[in-house]
Write a protein that binds this ligand. Structure first.
Ligand code: FES
Ligand code: FES
Length: 161
């Protein structure tokens, strides 16, 4: 099949960006290879592990199976875009404080999934709701209990504000 290009424009971590992309390129490849943001990882490459999660218009999506062209006109936030004035966001700090990782390969996807879950919740979430909400994100190191702790603490603190 002959390559077709597309002038992609979207907001990436709050900044308007554009790039000439192949219409068959995935969002993950464009984020990593064109824009050099390597937080989102390629794990399964078939929407089964969540390592490639990014926020698309405020909700977590698997960028490995989403075409970059589908992001046209939308807003994408990667784990790099969660920091505030160069400082890790409270959710990112909670992952560090809870020691919620081992190898770290799944971590950016876990944080994005948690951000989506918490940002779209109107109340503190219980552990089962967090487990359910993050069930699409696999951690092969089995750091689930500490990940749950990090997300639960963040949910509790947000509610307390
Ligand atoms: S790499 Fe996209 S879900 Fe696994
Ligand atoms: S920390 Fe290694 S896969 Fe989750």
């Amino acid at each position: 099949m002959e390559a077709q290009t597309f002038e992609l424009k979207f907001k990436l971590n709050g900044k308007e960006v554009n790039a000439l992309v192949d219409t068959r390129e995935t969002l993950l490849d464009v984020i990593r290879d064109t824009f050099g943001l390597t937080g989102a990882k390629k794990g399964c490459d078939e929407a089964a592990c969540g390592a490639c999660s990014v926020l698309f218009n405020g909700h977590a999506v698997c960028s490995c199976t989403m075409l970059a062209a589908e992001a046209h006109g939308g807003s994408i936030v990667t784990v790099e875009g969660l920091s505030v004035n160069g400082e890790p966001a409270s959710l990112q700090k909670a992952f560090m404080e809870s020691d919620a990782l081992q190898c770290g390969f799944c971590t950016s996807g876990q944080i994005i999934a948690a951000a989506s879950l918490l940002d779209n919740a109107d109340r503190e979430l219980d552990d089962n709701e967090i487990r359910e909400g993050m069930s699409g994100n696999v951690c092969r190191c089995g750091a689930y209990n500490k990940i749950l702790h990090a997300v639960s603490e963040t949910s509790r603190k947000r509610k307390a504000k």
